[in-house]
Design a protein around this ligand. Structure first.
Ligand SMILES: *Cc1c(COP(=O)(O)O)cnc(C)c1O
Length: 448
């Protein structure tokens, strides 16, 4: 046990020159742990010598691992534009710069500059949403899940909400419509069957304890074949005839018509607003292409009631969210759709995607086997279930490397791709033009 005696004394050890410039507290904490482990290893006869340089190296390595930011940028080469695991919609730099100005300065978040008194946090986006959608009023909360919860909690506590059985969906991240409804205090009244729900199912189920007819976007699945559901237009009419609220949880929600004929099956917010609904809610960071938020638009009288719900205080958004959202909504108003990265990706022409794919191929042709091909991808985020959109990709193979191995090597360098037909594929629908050079560098690095 002579080794035990040569364990460095912590007080002396932490004064090693190699630790100059590091946080003394953190170095001490890590050093204690490493020396403690060393003592254990000696007692268990796992080591037969002590090298202080190695100990110092270990401490610095642990230190660096600890302060390394966990949240990192990566390249999305999956082709899925609204990828919830990869941060959903990108925010354009100009909008973020405006938000930086607001957030690093005092501002009129809840201050009425004209009257010189307390103002409304939500006022900053109401006028724009009114102009864009024709809604009477609007409110913004943390995300669309909050919006659903807040609406149900405000209007349907201990009252019946009619929902089609075909719409009792589970959305990624285990957001389950029936469970959210139960937690909000609503009494779920399922109507119709899984594949078919008729207007009469709503009409027959309405009674004096019914408070709402709710429609939920199916998001991540679709029923093909013998199926039908009721148009929201008819739900609105029936609700209004019976003096109950109609509400559509649109999920994604898009302000403009989508390309590739997607809008035939997926009407925009503006199309839905033609029916004069009581309430609509949608996500800020799905196809709207803005920041994480849940946007509620609808009748003034109903929005005022929501504003009085104490829950709103818990779900409210901050100045950074409001600033980015305001800027993005303004882009819609000005028709500057290039300022919305999600839309920009969605609308990029196939010709441009093919050119970009070819430019990557040229850069890496001598390093690996790269092939440009036309492919199809999904928008993602439960926006347009099972509807594929065209794209271009580059498949990568190298010697006898299995696709899984290449995928892992890429992933370790923050390049996320997909495997299709047993080949690694980089999909250009989501690759930004300025990332091509970076991808070439990663590929060169991993195959060298
Ligand atoms: C995505 C989605 C939600 C949840 O929205 P978040 O903004 O992720 O909270 C709720 N309902 C539907 C139908 C959705 O598609």
């Amino acid at each position: 046990m002579i080794l035990l005696k040569s364990i460095p004394k912590i007080d002396k050890f932490i004064n090693n020159k190699a630790f100059d410039g590091f946080s003394k507290e953190l170095i001490t904490k890590i050093s204690k742990k490493i020396i403690e482990n060393l003592r254990k290893d000696i007692l268990e006869n796992k080591i037969d010598s002590i090298n202080e340089d190695i100990l110092v190296f270990q401490v610095i390595e642990d230190y660096n691992n600890l302060i390394e930011p966990s949240l990192q940028t990566l390249i999305n080469a999956t082709g899925i534009i609204v990828h919830t695991n990869l941060g959903r919609s990108l925010i354009n730099k100009k909008s973020l710069e405006k938000a930086i100005q607001i957030a690093t300065s005092y501002n009129n978040l809840e201050y009425d500059l004209i009257e010189g008194k307390r103002g409304e946090r939500y006022s900053h986006i109401v006028k724009t949403l009114q102009n864009l959608t024709g809604c009477e009023d609007a409110i913004v909360v943390n995300n669309n899940a909050s919006a659903v919860f807040l609406i149900l909690n405000t209007f349907t506590k201990n009252k019946e909400v009619l929902v089609s059985r075909g719409e009792l969906v589970e959305i990624g991240g285990s957001f389950r419509v029936p469970e959210v409804m139960a937690q909000s205090g609503a009494i779920l009244k399922e109507i119709g069957t899984t594949n078919k729900t008729h207007l009469a199912d709503y009409e027959n189920a309405i009674n004096e304890n019914t408070s709402m007819l709710m429609k939920v976007h199916k998001s991540n699945y679709s029923i093909e074949g013998f199926s039908s559901d009721v148009d929201f237009e008819d739900i609105v009419k029936t609700a209004q005839q019976n003096s109950v609220i109609d509400y559509y949880d649109m999920g994604s929600g898009h302000m403009i018509d989508l390309p590739f004929n997607l809008s035939q099956k997926e009407p925009s917010i503006l199309e839905i607003m033609k029916y004069k609904p009581s309430l609509l809610s949608f996500s800020g960071d799905k196809l709207l292409g803005s920041v994480q938020a849940g946007i509620i638009i609808g009748k003034k009288e109903l929005i005022s009631k929501i504003k009085k719900n104490q829950l709103l205080r818990m779900l409210r958004v901050d100045k950074i969210t409001l600033s980015i959202l305001e800027d993005n909504l303004n882009s819609y108003l000005k028709n500057d759709l290039d300022d919305i990265p999600t839309l920009k990706m969605l609308f990029t022409s196939l010709e441009t995607l093919e050119n970009r794919a070819n430019s990557l191929k040229e850069k890496i042709d001598t390093i690996c086997t790269a092939q440009v091909l036309e492919t199809q991808t999904l928008i993602g985020g439960g926006t347009t279930p099972n509807r594929k959109i065209p794209s271009f990709g580059v498949t990568i193979s190298y010697k006898d490397f299995k696709p899984n191995k290449i995928e892992k090597l890429f992933r370790q360098n923050n390049l996320i791709c997909r495997i299709e037909n047993e080949k690694v594929l980089l999909d250009f629908r989501t690759i930004q033009e300025n990332e091509i050079e970076q991808i070439a560098k990663i590929i060169t690095k991993v195959f060298n």
